[in-house]
Write a protein that binds this ligand. Structure first.
Ligand SMILES: Cc1cc2nc3c(=O)[nH]c(=O)nc-3n(C[C@H](O)[C@H](O)[C@H](O)COP(=O)(O)O)c2cc1C
Length: 152
């Protein structure tokens, strides 16, 4: 099987505060509290698009789903999105997360530096996936679902 198994999924939720560690790692993330009833994909790293419902703005992103085992946070599963094109904090906003592909398993790294190196590679891979035919199709589908038209 390809290492970037295609998946078809999206979830909606509200952006909430995380542990606040992401900035220090160089990968600030929007933590999304998934709506009750949302189907959250299994723990892994994914590429996908984030649609901000109020503004309709779409951000390219790399998504971490899991309990952040490197930091032994909790058993609670977090949905965290690193947006490639903004460091805006959008606490309280309603968002949709549209998954394009699974990149890899979540790993318990020996150090933050190892995690940072892996995250840099993830973001590069995610950019490729978002620019692919499938990535663009998912973006078009997401915008259609919100009744928006694509800018050229
Ligand atoms: C691209 C990316 C890949 C990640 N991969 C892992 C991973 O493999 N293992 C892990 O423990 N955490 C991983 N994380 C999650 C980070 O541990 C988490 O974003 C960080 O601890 C900040 O959490 P906070 O927003 O709650 O402060 C990843 C995050 C991103 C953005």
């Amino acid at each position: 099987m390809d290492d970037t198994e295609e998946i078809l999924a999206h979830l909606t939720g509200t952006v909430v505060r995380g542990a606040g560690r992401g900035h220090g790692l160089g990968f600030p993330t929007a933590n999304v509290a998934a709506d009750p009833g949302s189907v959250v994909p299994p723990a892994a790293i994914y590429s996908g698009w984030v649609v901000r419902h109020t503004s309709g703005v779409v951000h390219p992103g790399t998504i971490s789903i899991g309990s952040n085992p490197t930091f032994c946070d909790t058993i609670e599963v977090h949905v965290e999105v690193y947006c490639h094109d903004t460091s805006d904090e959008f606490y309280g906003e309603r968002v949709g997360v549209w998954f394009v592909a699974r990149i890899r398993d979540t790993v318990k790294f020996a150090s933050s530096d190892d995690l940072i190196r892996a995250a840099r590679r993830d973001v590069l891979r995610s950019e490729e996936l978002l620019a692919s035919g499938r990535g663009r199709r998912v973006r078009t589908g997401a915008l259609a679902a919100y009744g928006k038209t694509l800018s050229p």
